[in-house]
Design a binder for this molecule. Sequence first.
Ligand SMILES: [Zn+2]
Ligand SMILES: [Zn+2]
Ligand SMILES: [Zn+2]
Length: 181
Amino acid sequence: MQLPEMECPNCGAPVTELHDDNRIRCRFCGTVLDLYRSLCPFCEFINPAETNYCARCGESIVRICPACQHENWAGMEHCTHCGRILDILEIMTRSRTRDTRARIAEQQRDAARIKFEETAQAEARMEQFRQMERERLQEMAATTAAKRRRERQVIAAVLIMLALGILVILTVSILMTSAGQ
Ligand SMILES: [Zn+2]
Ligand SMILES: [Zn+2]
Ligand SMILES: [Zn+2]
């Protein structure tokens, strides 16, 4: 297995030394890494330490064989212990996960859409209420204005009647005074 242009993930020195046990050894800083525990088969990032999950893409670097529980490198197609094909299971798991994710995303979109529609409906109802309230207030104002106008007319009529009454009384008293003389 040759990995050209591979750098030591610890010190950045070019590493060409790959041993038969799939370990790389940096001649500069002495770092020893098991490629089956540091090389991500998905993004090809060499993690600076042996790990189960890639530090760059988060994918699992190990894949546990469902038949014998042996830990394999995630890039392996077969279990190195019992020979069982690993990819098909992996693909099934992945597509199921993707389906689930897609369904959840769909549900979230639906929920957001429903919420938006409900909000719009509620807003429309509120606007209707506000319009009704405005009309009611306008009607009330019109009624009050009409009432005030009628009151003013009544007061005016009363004042005219009073003035006429006073005029009549004055006229009568003047006439009586001049008749008595
Ligand atoms: Zn190094
Ligand atoms: Zn990765
Ligand atoms: Zn196995």
